[in-house]
Design a protein around this ligand. Structure first.
Ligand code: SF4
Length: 357
């Protein structure tokens, strides 16, 4: 699969965003940012799940002040989400954030935009322009009548121009919409029109169930077109779920190198073991494995190993027992009650071997 690599490289803390096929996973906290303890706790949970950069809302002076201590206690780059108030942006920058999400066209007078750009330049902090179909500029809406992909592109170019006029090009852009065809077309136009890295998101996509499907359809389409440098799955759920879904999606497009993949069969009348429980337990275990291992869990001893030749390790059920196989070759038989524990041991061996290479 081709992934768009010809984007500008933008540094966000230690992460180089753009210019490669790496797609970083982002999330946003749900706590009050001024509540440092809760915010840090949530970010630590996100880090453990595999989150690579995190955004917090900076909507008050207290939130802008809290950023300093939050930054001290976390291990991934911190992004400040600012709406209009340039003073909050300046405070957050002063307090050490690694990126600011603000639309320069919304800040107001030119001297205010200049102040934010100057502060970002001094500290080497990029700005993410967040175009949102739901909040397009009035003149663009009037021109197009309703939110369109062309209108969203126009908005992005408007904000980009303001920054470029101030000789600032550490820019990342997002083109979010809740309507899938609109979001996809807007990102496609953006990728065609400029080479700044793109942050992907399908905004307000829904709950864990519906939002996972909608985000996967939208983000998956964009990833399949080679578009995207950072990505957030927006869900009305615990943000840790956003990371789980995001990692799964990147695995499916071979765009993540530190995650294990599970292949499991849908089960059928041939099954003799409780495969659904086994698959869920193994899946949960694999979330803690940071190595590109492919594990297969199949219900049938007849078809199993043959169907999972590509798997590094796997099991196939039989009556009261299971077969452990590696790359399609059966290694040994295991009693059903030991199937999962033996598979976990084998996974650990492979992960250790990977870590040593
Ligand atoms: Fe059925 Fe075996 Fe295929 Fe699973 S692997 S769906 S049990 S035939």
């Amino acid at each position: 699969m081709f992934h768009r690599k010809d984007t500008k490289k933008v540094q966000v803390g230690p992460l180089t965003i753009g210019g490669s096929d790496q797609v970083f996973i982002q999330s946003m906290t749900t706590t009050k940012t001024a509540d440092v303890k809760s915010t840090v706790h949530e970010i630590h949970r996100l880090e453990d799940a595999g989150c690579e950069l995190v955004r917090v809302t900076v909507n008050t002076k207290e939130a802008a002040a809290a950023v300093k201590e939050i930054k001290r206690q976390i291990h991934i780059p911190l992004v400040a989400d600012i709406h209009f108030d340039y003073r909050l942006a300046l405070m957050a920058i002063e307090n050490g954030v690694d990126k600011v999400r603000i639309n320069p066209g919304n800040i107001g007078q030119r001297d205010r935009v200049e102040a934010v750009v100057k502060a970002c330049k001094e500290r080497g902090i990029p700005i993410r322009i967040g175009v949102n179909a739901g909040s397009l500029e009035r003149h663009i809406l009037e021109k197009h009548g309703y939110p369109t992909a062309e209108g969203m592109l126009e908005s992005a170019l408007h904000h980009i121009r303001i920054l470029e006029d101030l000789d600032f090009d550490d820019i990342i852009v997002s083109m979010k919409a809740s309507d899938l065809p609109l979001a996809i077309e807007a990102y496609r136009l953006a990728a065609e029109s400029f080479n700044y890295p793109l942050h992907l998101g399908i905004t307000e996509s829904g709950t864990l169930f519906s939002g996972t499907i909608k985000s996967s359809a939208g983000l998956g389409t964009l990833l399949s077109m080679g578009i995207g440098n950072t990505m957030r799955v927006s869900l009305s759920a615990d943000p840790v779920e956003e990371i789980r879904v995001g990692r799964e999606l990147l695995k499916d497009f071979h765009l993540i190198s530190n995650a294990a993949t599970l292949v499991s069969c849908p089960t059928c009348g041939r099954i003799d073991i409780d495969l659904i429980s086994v698959a869920n337990e193994v899946e949960q275990y694999l979330e803690g494995i940071k190595a590109p291992i492919k594990v297969s869990v199949l219900g049938c001893a007849v078809n199993g190993p043959g169907e999972a030749r590509e798997a590094d390790i796997g099991i196939a059920g039989a009556r009261g027992e299971g077969l452990l196989f590696r790359k399609g070759e059966v290694i040994r038989k295991i009693p059903e009650q030991d199937l999962v524990s033996e598979l976990k041991k084998e996974i650990d061996v492979l992960a250790k071997r990977y870590a040593e290479t």
